[in-house]
Write a protein that binds this ligand. Structure first.
Ligand SMILES: Nc1nc2c(ncn2[C@@H]2O[C@H](COP(=O)(O)OP(=O)(O)O)[C@@H](O)[C@H]2O)c(=O)[nH]1
Ligand SMILES: [Mg+2]
Length: 261
């Protein structure tokens, strides 16, 4: 059983990608289940097989503890830790090949507080896992906002400590030349730095951007995989990258049958 955690800022496309990835895996003959860990989700683009909202919802928590929406979400995510054993039991009953985990909309509450990494470690103990960090195409066309997203991706990886892939989500909104330009930035950071210096003039006078990129961002971001959850473009490339992390490039489809024997 392999875990895939879908992470990214609010609105970056986590729930849509969860939906598309589960469908894609099923269409390719694998048993995949979708787990919703967002206690604030009102509507999801997929039917979750396992759902934290069966145990905790933000509305209940807000009422019970007299909290506003932000306090309610923090409390609800913290309370999720108590339900890990139950959620694990539910997941194990399905005996899936892949468990795709959709995480709370507000990633700072999930990824940057103790409860998020505790939930990830508690769910995956003994299973291989990978995180997919989504960078929204809307924020990737200019070097400045893209750099902020790189930092966010790096910060998330430092907290959860499982291997992480970086995805350019909603790639269908960008022309292919723009995607090529962004990918070129990743492959040639000196180009990225040049354009970044035009984009954020104030930055390079006191921060050594080349050093930051080469030392911190490049090792994490060896590739940026453009994916669309609307057209399904890039899901095959994403799957190949997931394979490289989880199964060392072996074709899992033929190497290891479903545990449902
Ligand atoms: N064009 C386009 N829009 C998308 C895609 N994925 C998600 N969206 C839109 O982005 C919005 C936020 O997506 P959602 O998955 O709910 O984001 P989340 O908060 O990260 O879970 C939704 O209203 C979708 O319509 C995509 O691949 N392409
Ligand atoms: Mg969502």
């Amino acid at each position: 059983m392999y875990y895939i955690f879908v992470l990214g800022p609010a609105g970056s496309g986590k729930s849509y990608l969860t939906s598309a990835l589960v469908e894609w895996l099923r269409d390719h003959g694998m048993d995949a289940i979708a787990v919703n860990l967002d206690p604030a989700a009102e509507w999801l683009p997929y039917a979750p097989d396992v759902d934290i909202r069966d145990y905790v919802t933000v509305t209940e928590v807000m009422r019970k503890y007299n909290l506003g929406p932000n306090g309610g979400l923090i409390m609800a995510v913290d309370l999720t830790v108590n339900y890990i054993p139950k959620i694990r039991d539910e997941i194990e009953e399905y005996r899936p090949n892949y468990v795709i985990v959709d995480t709370p909309g507000q990633m700072e509450i999930f990824a940057f507080r103790a409860s998020g990494p505790t939930i990830i470690a508690g769910l995956t103990s003994g299973s291989k896992s990978v995180a997919i960090f989504l960078i929204d195409s809307y924020l990737a066309t200019r070097p400045g906002p893209l750099l902020s997203m790189f930092f966010l991706a790096l910060s998330a990886a430092l907290y959860h400590r499982i291997p992480q892939l970086t995805v350019l989500s909603k790639a269908d909104i960008l022309p292919s030349e723009t995607i090529d330009r962004i990918r070129n930035w990743i492959e040639n950071p000196e180009l990225f730095v040049q354009e970044l210096k035009h984009d954020i003039r104030a930055l390079h006078s006191y921060i050594d951007v080349e050093y930051l990129i080469e030392s911190f961002i490049r090792p994490l971001l060896s590739e940026l995989i453009p994916v669309s959850a609307i057209t399904n473009t890039g899901l095959d490339e994403l799957y190949a990258a997931i394979q490289r992390v989880l199964a060392g490039g072996e074709d899992y489809l033929t190497e290891e049958p479903s545990e449902k024997l």
